[in-house]
Every structure is written in structure tokens, then in C-alpha cells.
Design a protein around this ligand. Structure first.
Ligand SMILES: Cc1cc2nc3c(=O)[nH]c(=O)nc-3n(C[C@H](O)[C@H](O)[C@H](O)COP(=O)(O)OP(=O)(O)OC[C@H]3O[C@@H](n4cnc5c(N)ncnc54)[C@H](O)[C@@H]3O)c2cc1C
Length: 289
């Protein structure tokens, strides 16, 4: 089944994200986390693609475990900046052979030391989307950035390029993490005005420690609102309290989104089934309402 068909159903859907192990010996641990997340009735589980493409084999393996053994929808991420066009085509063919129907098409970060653009590589995610479309009837998702992508000085350019990406064959979008829902509502308004009509899944990252917050800020350049900074200031040095506060903050963001008409939520659960389960428990009645 294609993820887009699920997203178009008239009910609330929660999906989760996991990442593959960097080392093969940790494969079992990741599968264990995936199996636990699978018990939370996810709309789908997405599997990231390691920067540099080194974990691509495990991305496909975990995505097919989710599909074939757990009988759930899986979404395999695929990036193109760190591989040649030929290598990317090879991965797409492999995913097709494995019966994986849903791909999140990404450019990925440009590897250090690489002269970019390079004729042998796809330059932007929209070129990858065009390539995937040539290989079969995939459901294709892509990334979007409510606060603007870090490489773009002007948000208007970001939305113009996003429209080009969606028009190249994207079925749905997932956002970068954000911690202030008003930024998301403003983004939705601007993209709808630009004629982007595909479903948009807000990406919610539960921040459960001070170090995770620092890493998230470095990765995404996101703005942390005062309300979040006060929580971090007060509870950041107490791991159990910070974890609880981070779960409640994420829950609160989700409740606000659902109350404002959003139906599909993506949680950056990061191989932490305990955190994913705590959020789902907090939402148990809300999801049914
Ligand atoms: C939901 C989500 C999941 C992710 N998963 C992964 C993952 O699994 N693995 C990983 O390594 N990274 C992942 N990332 C990070 C992502 O790869 C980086 O943010 C990367 O820098 C941009 O990827 P993109 O697909 O958005 O690129 P693009 O859509 O190609 O955009 C990249 C930049 O180029 C600009 N641009 C686009 N088209 C044009 C054009 N025609 N002309 C000029 N400029 C243009 C855009 O505005 C943007 O600034 C994820 C990000 C998100 C939001």
C-alpha cells in the first residue's frame, strides 16, 4: 500500500522515524526498537539514510523488515548528494526488487571536500524525484523546511524551489523539526498560497536532554522558543525531569496541531520506543476523538 492513500484517509495518523545502525553488530538492537515502535499502531515507520550513504543496505533491510515481517507501511529514505547517479539508480532498483513502494527522496548534505555540482550526481532532490519516477509507480515523499532551508537566504526562493520539487512528482511532504507551531501554520499558509497542495506531515522531535537540543539546533538551525528554553534552563540538568518535560512539550505541540485540523503527524522517535510510547499514551483518547 502507498503511504499517500493512508494519509488521505479521514482519520488521525501518527508515524515514526528510526535510523539504521552505523555498525552491523548493532542491527539487532535497532530491529528490537523498531519492533517495539511497531506495537504503537503507526501509520508507517520511516527509516533514514545515513549521511554518506554507508548505511543504505541497512535502510533497505529495515524497511523491508517493517513491511514483510511486521506487515506495516515503511518509508525508505534515499539521498543523492553522496552517491553517483549510477549508485543511486542501483539503490532504486534494489528497493523496487524488495517491493518497497514508498521512498522519501532527499538531496542529503553535500559531503565535505566534494566539488558540487558534479555532472555525475543529482544536484537537487527534485532531480532524484524525476529519476525515481522513471523506475516505477512509487509513492514519493520529500522534505520541507518551515523555517527555511539553511542554504537559502530568502524564504520565497525556498518555497519556489519546493513548488518545483513537488511538481516533479512528490506525493507528500514531511517537515523539518520545529518547536513553535505558529511557524508551521505560517509556512502552511505560504505554501498553499504558492499552489502546493500535497499533504504536509509536521515533524515533531521530542527533545529529552540538553545535549540533544544542542545537536538538533546544529543540524537544523531551528529556533527554540522562550517557553522551551525555560524548560531546558530549569530541568536540563535533571535527566528524568527533562525527559518527562520534553515528552510533554512534544505532546502539547501535537495536541495543538490536531486541534487546528492537522491529521497526520510524524514523530522523530529516533530509535527510542519508550519516548514514542509515552507520547502515544498521552494522546490515547485524543487520537480517537
Ligand atoms: C523530513 C526530513 C528527512 C530527512 N532525512 C534525511 C536522511 O535520511 N538522510 C540524510 O542524510 N539527510 C536527511 N535529511 C536532511 C536533508 O538531506 C538536508 O536538509 C539537505 O541539506 C537538503 O535535502 P533536501 O532533500 O531538502 O534538498 P533540496 O530539496 O534539493 O534542497 C536543497 C537546497 O537547494 C535549494 N534548491 C532546491 N532546488 C533548487 C534549484 N532548482 N535551484 C537552486 N536551489 C535549489 C533548496 O531551496 C535548498 O536550499 C532529512 C531532512 C528532512 C526535513
Amino acid at each position: 500500500m502507498k503511504i499517500i492513500d493512508r494519509l488521505n484517509e479521514d482519520r488521525i495518523h501518527i508515524s515514526f522515524e528510526v535510523f539504521p545502525p552505523k555498525k552491523d553488530e548493532d542491527y539487532g538492537k535497532v530491529v528490537h526498537a523498531v519492533d517495539e515502535i511497531a506495537t504503537l499502531d503507526p501509520a508507517f515507520i520511516s527509516v533514514t539514510y545515513g549521511a554518506g550513504g554507508g548505511t543504505s543496505k541497512n535502510t533497505a533491510k529495515i524497511a523491508s523488515h517493517i513491511k514483510d515481517d511486521l506487515h506495516l507501511l515503511s518509508l525508505a529514505h534515499l539521498t543523492c548528494a553522496s552517491s553517483t547517479k549510477e549508485e543511486v539508480r542501483h539503490v532504486i532498483k534494489k528497493l523496487k526488487e524488495m517491493g518497497i513502494e514508498n521512498i522519501l527522496a532527499l538531496r542529503g548534505d553535500i559531503p565535505e571536500g566534494l566539488t558540487f555540482p558534479d555532472a555525475d550526481r543529482f544536484r537537487y532532490a527534485y532531480e532524484l524525484v524525476e529519476e525515481i519516477r522513471k523506475h516505477g509507480d512509487f509513492c514519493i515523499g520529500a522534505a520541507c523546511y518551515p523555517e527555511g532551508h539553511v542554504e537559502n537566504e530568502h524564504k520565497a526562493d525556498d518555497i519556489r524551489y519546493l513548488k518545483q520539487k513537488v511538481d516533479s512528482g512528490v506525493d507528500f511532504l514531511t517537515t523539518q523539526m520545529f518547536f513553535d507551531n505558529d511557524i508551521h501554520y505560517n509556512f502552511l499558509y505560504r505554501i498553499r498560497e504558492a499552489g502546493i497542495t500535497v499533504p504536509v506531515l509536521p515533524g515533531i522531535m521530542p527533545i529529552t536532554s540538553a545535549s540533544q537540543m544542542k545537536k538538533s539546533q546544529e543540524l537544523s538551525g531551528t529556533v527554540f522558543p522562550r517557553r522551551f528554553l525555560a524548560i531546558l534552563d530549569r530541568f536540563g540538568s535533571s535527566p528524568a525531569a527533562m525527559k518527562q518535560a520534553g515528552i510533554v512539550y512534544a505532546t502539547d505541540q501535537i495536541i495543538d496541531l490536531l486541534a487546528n485540523g492537522v491529521k497526520n503527524i510524524h514523530i522523530y522517535s529516533m530509535n527510542r520506543p519508550d519516548v514514542a510510547a509515552a507520547i502515544v499514551k498521552n494522546l490515547s483518547e485524543i487520537i480517537k476523538a
